[in-house]
Design a binder for this molecule. Sequence first.
Ligand code: NAD
Ligand code: UDX
Length: 459
Amino acid sequence: MIISKITCIGAGYVGGPTMSVVAQQNPDIQITIVDVNAARIAAWNGEDLDQLPIYEPGLKEVVAEARGRNLFFSTDVDKAIDEADMIFISVNTPTKTYGKGKGQAADLKFIELCARQIASVAKTDKIVVEKSTLPVRTAEALKSILDNTGNGVNFHILSNPEFLAEGTAIQDLQNPDRVLIGGENPEAIEALVKVYEAWIPRERIITTNLWSSELSKLVANAFLAQRVSSINSISELCEVTGADVNEVAHAIGMDSRIGSKFLKASVGFGGSCFQKDILNLVYIARSYNLHAVADYWEQVILMNDHQKQRFAEKIIQTLYNTVNGKQITFLGWAFKKDTNDTRESAAIYVADYLLNEEASIVVYDPKVSAEQVYKDLDSLGTRSPEDNRRLVTVVNNPYAACRETHAIAVLTEWDEFKGYDWQKIKEDMKRPSFVFDGRKILDRQSLEALGFKYYAIGE
Ligand code: NAD
Ligand code: UDX
């Protein structure tokens, strides 16, 4: 099977960067990324590459190279389906907010809509690739919809989960640890292998059956998140025993069986994937009556919630047990550095906790807009949008954010925070001047020398 046209449904954090790199590396394949969100597509097509809908280091260069050559962004989903030999589904699969499985199961309504649309439009055989993260055995449902509502053409389904991390997406796509392809039809699998072989060595492209591939994605995220919760649990123990969590992480990480990555204690993991995918794993385990398995993985989430709450409580307790009317400056709102994505960011939950105590919060993040900050808080439904706007101010200058403030809380590990003129910040702050470092990026010694009261996770 020779693939000459690929369509990707979903122009989000995965579809956009992934397909841009596929297009960059396969100039002979025409790639069309489609989305129902017209504003998003317009932004992908915009003249100003600094205004792409997603901020990722290196992304605009890739888009600049391929867009208009063999990479196209469109809202015409039907046309793109009709033309394609291979269709990636890269739509969102959020946690369900209603009905059975509410708060745990993945909501597959967008996936099903895609399948029905592909089935109704397709007049030639297609390879359909699951790029979204899906519960194990989703391919079965997809196949049933495609075969029963289609026009009698053949569909081959592949699972090809994406392992990129935000902030390093382009690097991860250009040089992945591995690519995983699950499927039943050897020719369809080989067709997708060929696409990746354009830039990835064959030995790093793993092929498995469909169910192993679907499940591996959930398990990879669960293992990664588990490491963060494990080290975060130890950070609390460090704080009461005089051990330093960075030293412990370094000491255990040098054991090659443990490894040094993903052992950075923090205010808690965020992002659109870890929590959603673990909840989904827990739900799947429970649905097979595997309660011990479900309970085991659920602890990863409970520990993460605990860590966020613990950080907020530490701030309140240190500020003499009340933050009512006190200004607290948040440096960072994104869930990690080098992205404008705020989904499930720890900052949202720490802010909510402090706002319940009537704190007044000033936010500075180099890539997140005021509109997004308010949207994140409003979507919690804890208080009225008016109250969120009364209690929270978003500014675009870090020094202005820290002026006259009682305390600074570092919520995201943006590099620029390290290079600030901390002496100047100290001079303009209220006294005593507190810094709560939820990312352990600032230097205790120099801040204490300037007169700050410095608190960091796990010390
Ligand atoms: P996203 O919300 O950024 O993008 C999804 C896009 O799909 C949206 O723009 C939406 O408008 C579009 N869409 C939804 N239904 C559609 C339809 N029927 N037709 C056309 N367009 C439609 O989501 P994302 O972060 O790109 O995640 C997509 C999938 O990839 C999820 O399953 C996620 O779990 C998985 N994933 C995400 C990451 C990540 O870092 N964000 C990494 C690996 C895997
Ligand atoms: C994750 C997976 O890494 C990626 O493979 C998958 O495709 C999508 O989900 P992402 O959520 O984009 O990627 O970022 P990641 O780097 O994994 O960080 C997730 C969260 O964990 C962030 O909030 C980050 O700050 C936090 N984290 C990560 C820590 O607190 N400590 C660590 O040591 C690592």
